[in-house]
Design a protein around this ligand. Structure first.
Ligand SMILES: [Zn+2]
Ligand SMILES: [Zn+2]
Length: 96
């Protein structure tokens, strides 16, 4: 089940369960769309996988299936990410 983390891992922006600008990778590393577009270029800095829009859990399900409360923030090493981006530019996500 998706954790639905409460904020962007890079800039700590609030990303409530119904945020339309929350982006996640397959491990649920979570970023705002701004960081995903401007810095990360759609690639997760932790696993190299794709960042896609997080689906919205209907509010009626939150009592039984609440969101994650812990704010996991770890600002991205932008220089290191630039290198990864150039290395992985032509490599399909599944082979990174
Ligand atoms: Zn952000
Ligand atoms: Zn990831």
């Amino acid at each position: 089940m998706l954790e639905i983390r409460p904020c962007c891992e890079n800039c700590d922006k609030d990303l409530p369960f119904d945020a339309l600008d929350a982006m996640i990778c397959s491990f649920e590393c979570t970023f705002c769309a701004g960081c995903s577009e401007s810095i990360l270029k759609g690639m997760c800095p932790n696993c190299g996988g794709e960042l896609v829009r997080r689906p919205i859990r209907p509010a009626s399900k939150l009592i039984q299936y609440p969101t994650q409360a812990h704010r996991h923030v770890k600002p991205v090493d932008i220089a290191a990410h630039q290198i990864k981006l150039s290395q992985f530019k032509t490599v399909p996500s599944a082979q990174r």
